[in-house]
Design a protein around this ligand. Structure first.
Ligand code: FES
Length: 112
């Protein structure tokens, strides 16, 4: 289980390992480590918005909706300290290929 540390926002706000990527999401319903890759066909969930009037994030590619409350409960174990997050990624992620980079984030996932 790789343990990674990355920033909440700005440069290095996303940790990637091959095609997998994770970033900190701050929503009106709570904060959590978001797997950026949509399970449908890999769309960018970092650019998702909420379904109007619901707690579901909608992928910008094909509109698949994901419950944000379920994502928080079943999510990646993580702790935030200041501007940094330390997370324990799934066993399927190889620690030796983890890098950080910047990815844009939608307004509803940035806490604004
Ligand atoms: S890639 Fe996300 S809904 Fe298709």
């Amino acid at each position: 289980m790789p343990v990674v540390t990355f920033t909440v926002e700005g440069r290095d706000n996303c940790v990637t390992a091959g095609v997998e990527a994770y970033m900190w999401a701050r929503t009106a319903y709570g904060s959590f480590v978001l797997p950026v890759r949509c399970p449908h066909r890999g769309g960018p969930l970092n650019l998702a918005n909420f379904e109007p009037g619901r707690t579901r994030l909608v992928c910008p590619w094909h509109g698949r909706a994901t419950s944000v409350t379920k994502a928080i409960k079943a999510g990646v174990p993580a702790v935030r300290r200041g501007n940094r997050v330390t997370a324990v990624l799934p066993d399927t992620v190889k620690a030796e290929v983890c890098t950080t980079e910047h990815r844009p984030v939608s307004k509803v996932l940035s806490g604004r």
